[in-house]
Design a protein around this ligand. Structure first.
Ligand code: 16G
Length: 242
C-alpha cells in the first residue's frame, strides 16, 4: 500500500513494500520482480520513483539486475562468524541450512614446495588432493580444494568425501582437530571456478585459505576455497581493549 499524502517519500514506501513481499515469500529468491511499468500502473506513481526504489534495493543487495532480462530477488547471504574452528557442514547446519557436497575429484599428487612447506612435509611427498563443490540447500556456495597428508586420507573414498571430512578424521582416526589459520582475499571467478559455482566468469568471489592442525600441532590440511561473494558474508565480533 502506498500513501501518497504521507510525509514518507513514495520511493521509500515502495522499497518497504518490495522488502515485505520478499520477507513474506510473496517474492522468492531467484524470481523476477514485476516490471517498472507494472509498479507504475499498480500504484499510479512515476517511473522515476519506481526506478529509484529498485536501484536502492539493488544497491542494498535485496535485488540484482540481469541486463536485457529483468530484475530478480537476490538470495540472502549466509553469515559466517569468524570465530572457532568449524567445518562447512557444521557452519551450514548451525544456520539451519542443509549442507551437501559434489565431489569433483580425489587424486594423489606430489606436494610442490609451497604445499610441502604448509603441510610440513618434504617437497615431492605424495599427498591427496580433494576437490569438492559445497552446497547449502542445494545451491553452490564454495568450490573447495583440500590438500591432505596421505596418512589421514587413508581409505577415503569419493563416497565418504560427500560427507563431512572433519568428522571422518575425528571419528575414523580418533584424532582431535584443534587449530586453524585462515586468510581471506577478494578475487574474481576464473573459468572453472565460475562453472563449478554456477556464476559468470569474472564474478566477485572470496578466496579463503585455511591451514588446520591437530592437537599435536601437526598440519593435516591446506584448504583453498573459492566462495561466492553474493552468497557469503563474514562477520567478526570485536571488543575495544581499554
Ligand atoms: C571448511 C574449511 C575446510 C574444511 C571443511 C571441512 C575452508 C576455507 N574451510 O570448508 O578447511 O576442510 O570445512 O568441512 O575451506 P566438512 O567437514 O563439512 O567436510
Amino acid at each position: 500500500m502506498i500513501h501518497k499524502n504521507s510525509p514518507i517519500p513514495i520511493y521509500y514506501q515502495l522499497e518497504e513494500a518490495i522488502k515485505k513481499a520478499i520477507q513474506n515469500h510473496r517474492l522468492l529468491p531467484g524470481e523476477m520482480i514485476p516490471s517498472e511499468r507494472d509498479y507504475t500502473e499498480k500504484y499510479e506513481i512515476s517511473r522515476m520513483t519506481v526506478r529509484q526504489a529498485i536501484s536502492n534495493l539493488v544497491n542494498d543487495g535485496y535485488l540484482y539486475r540481469q541486463r536485457g532480462i529483468g530484475t530478480f530477488v537476490a538470495h540472502q547471504k549466509i553469515e559466517q562468524p569468524l570465530q572457532g574452528l568449524t567445518s562447512f557442514s557444521e557452519d551450514m547446519q548451525s544456520r539451519g541450512h542443509e549442507p551437501s557436497t559434489r565431489v569433483i575429484s580425489l587424486t594423489e599428487i606430489k606436494a610442490d614446495s609451497d604445499l610441502a612447506a604448509k603441510l610440513e612435509v618434504e617437497a615431492g611427498t605424495p599427498i591427496v588432493e580433494l576437490k569438492r563443490v559445497r552446497l547449502a540447500d542445494r545451491l553452490p556456495m564454495s568450490f573447495e580444494t583440500v590438500y591432505l597428508s596421505k596418512d589421514l586420507s587413508r581409505g577415503m573414498t569419493e563416497e565418504m568425501a560427500q560427507t563431512s571430512f572433519y568428522s571422518y578424521i575425528e571419528k575414523t582416526f580418533g584424532l582431535k582437530i584443534q587449530y586453524g589459520r585462515q586468510s581471506i582475499e577478494a578475487s574474481i571467478a576464473q573459468k572453472t571456478e565460475a562453472e563449478m559455482l554456477g556464476i559468470a566468469e569474472g564474478s566477485p568471489v572470496l578466496l579463503i585459505e585455511r591451514i588446520s592442525r591437530l592437537d599435536s600441532k601437526k598440519p593435516f590440511e591446506v584448504a583453498q576455497s573459492v566462495y561466492r561473494a553474493d552468497r557469503y558474508k563474514l562477520t567478526i565480533d570485536m571488543e575495544r581493549s581499554s
